[in-house]
Design a protein. Structure first.
Length: 275
């Protein structure tokens, strides 16, 4: 599998999305977020993932604009929060996010959570934003197969992306297969399980075998499963470390060992029981 930091996947709408990006969940508004995005763009990241909920859209946008990197090279994602569902409310929330980011368009706008009752109206709003070119791609986050089936039945076209928690301890194999079948790109947040399992003996053994860090092993595993991956960090050394995953490849038997770590262990939200 030949990948690089410049590699992009082609979404079902024709957009090209980088395979590795920076997540800024829990990055403090202000200097911390701006510095993290600045370093990431200097290293060569071209995907930055934020959300209204994170409270740092202004700083992400400022760092992108001030980076000197041409706007068309940077893929910016933000998300519709739960309190903004509904057709008109979603349109209004998008404009607020776009204004805070200071960007003419958003590369990917996601429904952050499948809120019961209103998510179809919200999706209609996202379709309008896509038709207008304000959101180049649209998608969802934390959608299970059941939520996706519901959306596919009601919508004229599938979402481009489904962003979910995904790591060896939450290997959502059925969801991955479903998304591949329907042309939906799966994107992994919390690919390092928020650092809670980096000392697992299988992870550390493989890190030693490949002369890599545990985090690099986990990121590479997701990449080799065909996911877009957005590890979160604000520390420059970690941002660089997380990007140094393109000059080695996990062997098939080691992928299988990591697959076998699945415990259905969520470290973030669990949407399984959401109507």
């Amino acid at each position: 599998m030949s990948l690089s930091l410049e590699s992009r996947v082609t979404l079902n709408d024709g957009s090209h999305m980088p395979v590795l990006g920076l997540g800024v969940w829990q990055a403090a508004a202000g200097k911390e977020t701006r510095k993290g995005v600045e370093v990431a763009l200097e290293v060569g990241y071209r995907l930055i993932d934020t959300a209204k909920l994170y409270g740092n859209e202004r700083d992400v946008g400022a760092a992108v604009r001030e980076s000197g990197v041409p706007r068309e090279e940077v893929f910016v994602t933000t998300k519709l929060w739960n309190s903004d569902h509904g057709y008109e409310a979603a349109l209004k929330a998008f404009e607020k996010s776009r204004h805070d980011l200071g960007l003419d368009y958003i590369d990917l706008y996601l429904i952050h959570w499948p809120v019961p009752g209103l998510r179809h109206d919200s999706w209609k709003a996202l379709l309008k934003l896509h038709d207008q070119g304000l959101a180049r791609s649209i998608g969802v986050s934390n959608y299970t197969i059941r939520h996706l089936e519901e959306l596919l039945t009601a919508a004229p076209a599938p979402p481009s992306v489904n962003q979910v928690e995904f790591h060896p301890f939450l290997f959502q194999q059925d969801l991955l297969a479903f998304c591949k079948e329907h042309g939906i790109q799966l994107e992994a947040y919390s690919p390092l399980a928020r650092g809670r399992r980096l000392k697992h003996p299988v992870i550390t053994e493989l890190a030693a075998k490949y002369a890599r860090t545990p985090a690099q092993i986990m990121i590479r595993w997701s990449l080799q499963h065909g996911l877009v991956v957005i590890p979160k960090s604000v520390r420059p050394e970690r941002i660089r470390e997380n990007a140094a995953v393109f000059d080695f490849e996990l062997r098939r038997e080691d992928i299988a060992r990591l697959d076998g770590l699945d415990e259905r262990a969520h470290v973030a939200w669990n949407p399984d029981d959401l109507p």
